[in-house]
Ligand binder design. Structure first.
Ligand code: F6P
Length: 536
């Protein structure tokens, strides 16, 4: 029933990988390429409209075979079956994990089918102006209020799919920073603004505070207590939502079998559907469904999420990479790194294994990144020339959306060029030759050449799509979700709980009363001193 509890370190494959690491480590990526004339075929996967090239990693065929053995020894296939069949694999919360059901158009889970219809109906009414505000005007702006999984996915998706958007403007308020809420609201007209309050628990301090601000803003400005036209909510806490004053018909469900950070495929994605229309929203779900079927059915050596997970584990557990950079070469994907920070770090940042034992190997990498080419002019220096190993995912699209091929060719030449530079580097001989060709004096060459060397052999994955569309975007995000799952299985951790976020929340709510009342209790010196400075 439950997930396997296999310590990966004790598997045969892991032990062999440790020994094998020293052999591969002695080789550069250039050497690995010259040893295998068909390397690109061995380490490329084509599926639907994606081309994934992981050949620029410090692996050879033996590494790859051992990693595949690791997946088998950790019973990955069996675990994938458990994920899709709805077994209660979130054991610490005794819940199933069924975000894939939200985009499974063959599923007969009636509540999910009903939710889709309800999302479509509200989304159509807002877009075509049938649903109006209290003063009879059509909506022009929609504000999503939520945080974490109730914000990051929708915010990323609305931005990613802005090419497909309609006339409505979507805004996001997440932080309990009154200045941010005020900045957003001051641009909006209360008569034509609709709010979506998204909170699975409907107890989250940030969201409830911002929802309260929005409610007051509507009732003060429209001089009415009748606010229900302007609000809907997505939550599993129906009583709390009703108490807030939201019309029963406008309450959308969230389920305990869908984790917050995996929830944008359901009603949490309302802002996405409103922004691009329900038809496009469904294409986004169908893209994810395609990736789900690929993950479920493809053999491991041609399975994109499985291969990228194994490469990730190789880089972090065997080559000691502590971080992973996500570099989309597309400005619309600017929020992808933020989204993946929560998705990956909240899921796999754990140090207790599935048997309840302390883990002594690395789990959950540190995720960071930004869009290319901007990041090339910011942090790529460190990736190219520091002593750290920072594997990067490069995400690109063959075609652009607005037809500016000149810019797109330049963008994609950077995409390819950076990966090539990271791989081949530049040795002393080449540096000196180039300087000589440029007529640099011998004295100057001796002075500067060492600084111009690039070590190369920095691992990258190229994840290349035809074009950014609701469907390809759905595939991309589902791919990362399955990478999270696969890594969690091999690391022998529970990926779908997040107990680590609780302690700070509890302390913050206790400290709030101390800041408000000025009665400071017993704390360490530093906490006390900060509280004294902040007391009202
Ligand atoms: O603090 C983390 C977290 O619990 C996330 O997992 C979740 O996405 C977020 O808070 C928001 O929670 P809720 O949807 O219940 O407001």
């Amino acid at each position: 029933m439950s997930l396997p509890k296999i310590n990966p370190v004790n598997t045969d494959a892991w032990k062999k990988l440790i020994a094998h690491k020293d052999i591969v480590n002695k080789k550069s990526l250039k050497e690995l390429f010259s040893e295998d004339k068909n390397r690109i075929d061995h380490f490329t996967i084509e599926f639907d409209q994606i081309n994934v090239d992981f050949s620029k990693n410090l692996i050879d065929q033996e590494t790859f075979n051992l990693l595949l053995n690791l997946a088998n020894e950790c019973k990955l296939k069996e675990s994938i079956g458990k994920l899709f069949s709805g077994k209660a694999i979130n054991e610490t919360e005794n819940r199933s994990v069924l975000h894939t059901a939200l985009r499974d158009f063959k599923s007969d889970i009636q509540s999910i089918i009903n939710d889709r219809e309800k999302v479509q109906s509200l989304c159509d009414k807002i877009i075509n102006g049938k649903l109006k505000g209290q003063t009879g005007k059509k909506y022009t702006d929609v504000v999503n209020i939520g945080i974490g999984g109730s914000d990051l996915g929708p915010k990323m998706a609305v931005e990613a799919l802005k090419f497909y958007k309609n006339h409505l403007n979507i805004h996001f308020i997440s932080n309990v920073d009154g200045d941010h809420a005020a900045d957003i609201l001051k641009k909006l007209n209360p008569e034509t603004t609709f709010f979506i309050i998204v909170s699975k628990t409907f107890t989250t301090q940030e969201t409830l505070t911002n929802a309260g601000i929005a409610k007051e803003w509507i009732s003060n400005n429209l001089k009415t207590n009748e606010i229900s036209n302007h609000f809907c909510a997505v939550s599993s806490n129906l009583n709390a939502v009703e108490n807030f004053g939201i019309n029963k018909d406008l309450i959308f469900s969230m389920y305990d079998f869908i984790g917050g950070r995996f929830s944008m495929w359901g009603s949490v994605g309302l802002s996405i559907a409103i922004s691009v229309g329900y038809e496009n929203f469904e294409k986004f779900l169908k893209g994810a469904e395609k990736m789900d079927n690929h993950f479920k059915n493809a053999s491991f050596e041609k399975n994109i999420p499985v291969c990228l997970s194994l490469i990730g584990i190789w880089n972090s557990n065997f080559l000691n990479a502590e971080t992973q950079a996500i570099i989309p070469y597309n400005e619309s994907l600017c929020f992808l790194p933020n989204y993946l920070q929560q998705a990956m770090m909240e899921s796999n940042g754990k140090n207790i294994d599935r048997s309840g034992n302390k883990i002594d190997y690395s789990t959950g990498s540190i995720i960071w990144g930004g869009t290319g080419t901007n990041t090339q002019h910011a942090f790529f220096q460190l990736i190219h020339q520091s002593n750290r190993l920072i594997p990067c995912d490069f995400i690109g699209f063959k075609k652009c959306l607005h037809g500016n091929t000149d810019s797109h060719n330049k963008l994609m030449s950077n995409y390819v060029g950076q990966m090539e530079a990271l791989m081949v580097g530049k040795n002393m001989e080449d540096v000196v030759n180039d300087l000589k060709i440029n007529g640099t004096s011998l004295e100057e060459i001796n002075k500067v050449s060492a600084f111009k060397i690039f070590g190369g052999s920095k691992p990258t994955n190229s994840i290349l799509f035809e074009q950014l569309s609701p469907e390809s975007f759905g595939m991309l995000i589902a791919m990362y979700e399955h990478i999270i799952f696969t890594k969690g299985i091999i690391w022998n951790i529970f990926s779908f709980d997040q107990w680590g976020v609780e302690l700070g929340k509890v302390l913050a709510s206790k400290l709030l009363t101390e800041i408000q009342s000025g009665e400071i209790r017993n704390h360490d010196q530093s906490t006390k001193s900060l509280l004294k400075k902040l007391k009202n």
